[in-house]
Design a protein around this ligand. Structure first.
Ligand code: GCO
Ligand code: MG
Length: 412
């Protein structure tokens, strides 16, 4: 539908910057001067989405009515013949977020008001705690609890492996820590028996030392078979985890039927999903407890709302992916949904490099391990300083790859 009114989209820009981490941000402008921002960051493959947006989406948006959010979503999803996939869906996500941002600004309301209004006062978040030893990991959790967090994810170096993904170096508040992001991919080594031997000991030590008065999470990064995952889930039952994340790659959704049949440890998955179809069997068969999709990678607020509504029918709660490679714009989109939906579970909040605050300012803030939001700021509440972004030119980085000890590739 072509728009002729004040809400017509008149300009489309893509801002690419790397203030410590890389971000792709879509900017839509309307005839009446409103500006909407959307996050299109796809960690390690950023420029593929930039090309998709600049070459194939921008020409379609110019002249359209920005208030027709649902119809534009359908136009971009059904229109091009090729559906889904992370590049397409990150691009659609950014358009959708920017349109909700504009809709909120036009209405003079924060987006969560348009989604049904505030359902809670603050959002429980979880940060990452880690250590090279069990003692360091426990100290790292204790420091997070001291800051007020009610939930903490813990990872620790697996003894016998030269390195383990997700372990901070130096101060864990220094978000440059992920040594994992390098000019060419680091090669990490993986060994399942060592991991399976270690994780139950780690979790038991954590509970023995710190007790059961907080929510404890762990991320498996898709590295186990369904049978191994079922064993680990059973083994961890006495430690009463809040969730065990990404135990096995989830292209094969039915693999979770086996895991769920064997353990009462709650299961979370979905950070690499990009549509409701990736979640359908997992949710409707009650094979998972938390759905981890991020608004940035799963079609924006419009599509995430549908996923979370479906999930709610089956008692599945949200746990949106929130690493520092989802930009503050995408994080805001997760947060507005989190304030409005009935089935909010937890919001991951890994934090951002200091330099990112020079580019993005937000209306949400972290207070004692929980997220609060300013009711008075319309739209998504994130402003992007384009001149500041220019000070941080794009810097290509890769995540590590993962090989078994015999040299063959393993899952991420
Ligand atoms: C998480 C994730 C991250 C990812 C990262 C990759 O649970 O936050 O697993 O640690 O590794 O987002 O892009
Ligand atoms: Mg994860």
């Amino acid at each position: 539908m072509t728009g002729h009114g004040s809400r017509t989209i008149t300009d489309v820009d893509v801002v690419v910057c790397s203030p410590g981490r890389s971000y792709v941000t879509l900017r839509l402008g309307t005839a009446d001067g409103l500006v909407g921002w959307g996050d299109a960051t796809l960690n390690g493959r950023e420029l593929a989405v930039v090309a998709y947006l600049r070459d194939h989406v921008a020409p379609l948006l110019l002249g359209k009515d920005s208030s027709r959010i649902g119809d534009l979503w359908q136009y971009l999803y059904r229109g091009p013949y090729w559906r889904r996939g992370p590049v397409t869906m990150a691009a659609i996500s950014s358009v959708d977020q920017a349109l909700w941002d504009i809709q909120g600004k036009a209405a003079g309301m924060p987006v969560f008001q348009l989604l049904g209004g505030r359902a809670r006062e603050r959002l429980m978040t979880y940060p990452h705690a880690s250590g090279h030893t069990v003692e360091d990991a426990i100290a790292s959790i204790a420091a997070k609890l001291e800051e007020g967090y009610a939930a903490v994810r813990v990872q620790a170096s697996v003894p016998g492996l030269p390195s383990t993904y997700g372990i901070h170096v130096g101060d864990s508040r220094d978000h440059a820590y992920e040594p994992a992001h390098t000019d060419l991919p680091d090669e990490e080594a993986w060994n399942t028996p060592l991991y399976l031997d270690f994780v139950p000991k780690l979790m038991k030590a954590v509970r023995d030392e710190l007790g059961y008065g907080f929510n404890l999470l762990h991320d498996g990064h898709h590295r186990l078979t369904p049978t191994e995952a079922a064993w680990l889930g059973k083994e961890l039952e006495p430690q009463r985890l809040f969730w065990l994340e990404d135990v096995t790659p989830a292209e094969d959704q039915s693999a979770f039927s086996l895991i769920k049949a064997h353990t009462t440890t709650p299961l979370a998955v979905g950070e690499v999903f990009n549509s409701i179809w990736d979640c359908q069997q997992l949710v409707t068969n009650r094979w998972i407890d938390y759905i981890r999709c991020a608004t940035t990678h799963t079609g924006g607020i419009t599509h995430m709302k549908r996923i979370l509504d479906l999930a709610d029918l089956y008692g599945v709660r949200s746990g949106c992916h929130g690493p520092s490679d989802v930009s503050p714009v995408g994080m805001a989109a997760n947060i507005h949904l989190g304030f409005a939906v009935p089935n909010f579970g937890v919001q991951e909040f890994m934090g951002y490099p200091d330099a990112a605050a020079e580019v993005f300012t937000t209306s949400y803030r972290l207070v004692s391990g929980h997220l609060e939001i300013d009711d008075t700021v319309p739209g998504l509440g994130v402003e992007v300083d384009v001149e500041a972004a220019e000070r941080f030119p794009y810097d290509r980085k890769y995540l590590p790859v993962n090989r078994r000890l015999d040299g063959s590739m393993h899952d991420w």
